[in-house]
Design a protein around this ligand. Structure first.
Ligand code: F6P
Length: 337
């Protein structure tokens, strides 16, 4: 069999470990041929590919980013400007001309949605969930998330010292476009006093009240962790809006830090390397067994898979009943309400 691998959407630590997991399992265990497709779905439109062998898959386990490159190309989003040829038809034609037996799509929600549409077009497709946001429905965790939480937590730890030294409030903005998983996990691990998640909403007056209460209890500094996806008036940058509101009302010096793309950079954590390796290997096992149209996933401690049709278009969001939220509230953490 001949399989093609692509990575699509935001980069994240663990993609190369996944490429290695799929590729080495395919070549060494199943005797398959493997090609890499560059820049996500753009590479399929242009037949921009490379051939993988055992040597070219070495030395990438611990590399951040993706050796294949990525893009946010969504081939079903609009027809090609010129003529009536649709991008999906070009992809199907190139898939056939490349002699592929299966396409492995490493990506987040958008990628899995495209993968499902390609499966409905008749391509053999396997999805591998990827994102630091951890918001892909159908899997308990995505690789990239653990590394991002480690990076964000280390940054929050470092901000405690400047907050206590200057008796300041430090506001930290973390990634998570729709879901607050990084804010929740890094906020709790970093000992934040206030954690604001897109899913829960917040009342800025309650935030200020909590910070003033801390000051009255002899804690004139606080750590506030906000997800980039929280609502703000006029779509202001969350860290900027929250910082200005806190300082204006409480009178306590408040500074902000946006962690941004550092959460997606650098080497994957050991946890993410092994998660990516397990998911990649299982994807190849599904291909060998000709079980297509599925996304590999983690359910508890076990690797499994679910139909792509069940995943497409859904988000896995934080719920108010999450035990980290329940426990945080018991310990005086304010979640904005
Ligand atoms: O989906 C992962 C993610 O890092 C989000 O957390 C973030 O909002 C988005 O990608 C940024 O997108 P881009 O890389 O296109 O700026």
């Amino acid at each position: 069999m001949k399989i093609g691998i692509l990575s699509s959407g935001g980069d994240c630590p663990g993609i190369n470990a996944t490429i290695r997991g799929v590729g080495k399992t395919a070549i060494m265990h199943y005797g398959m041929d493997v090609i890499g497709i560059h820049s996500g779905f753009i590479g399929l439109l242009n037949k921009d590919i490379q051939t993988f062998d055992e040597r070219s898959l070495s030395g990438i386990l611990n590399l951040g980013g993706t050796i294949l490159g990525t893009s946010r190309e969504k081939p079903f989003r609009k027809l090609l400007a010129s003529g009536d040829t649709e991008k999906p038809q070009i992809i199907k034609q190139n898939y056939e001309e490349l002699g592929l037996d299966c396409l492995v799509c490493i990506g987040g929600n958008g990628t899995q949605k495209t993968a499902n549409l390609l499966a409905r077009l008749g391509l053999n497709v396997i999805g591998v969930p990827k994102t630091i946001d951890n918001d892909v429905w159908g899997t308990d965790i995505t690789f990239g998330f653990d590394t991002a939480v480690n990076i964000a937590t280390e940054s929050i730890d470092r901000l405690h010292s400047t907050a206590s030294s200057h008796k300041r409030v430090m506001v930290v903005e973390v990634m998570g476009h729709h879901a607050g998983w990084i804010a929740l996990y890094a906020g709790m691990a970093g000992g934040a006093d206030v954690i604001l998640l897109p899913e829960l909403g917040y009342d800025i007056n309650k935030v200020n009240e909590a910070i003033l209460n801390r000051a009255h209890r002899g804690k004139p500094y606080s750590i506030v962790v906000v997800a980039e996806g929280i609502d703000t008036p006029d779509k202001k940058r969350p860290s900027d809006y929250i910082t200005k509101e806190i300082e204006a009302v409480t009178g306590i010096e408040t500074r902000d830090t946006v962690l941004g793309y550092t959460q997606r950079g650098g080497n994957p954590s050991p946890f993410d390397r092994n998660l990516a390796t397990r998911l990649g290997g299982h994807a190849t096992e599904l291909i060998a067994n000709r079980q297509f149209g599925r996304m590999v996933c983690m359910k508890g401690a076990s690797v499994g898979s679910i139909p792509l049709s069940e995943v497409a278009g859904k988000l896995k969001l934080v719920t108010p009943e999450h035990d980290l939220i329940i426990q945080g509230k018991r310990m005086g953490v304010t979640f904005g309400k």
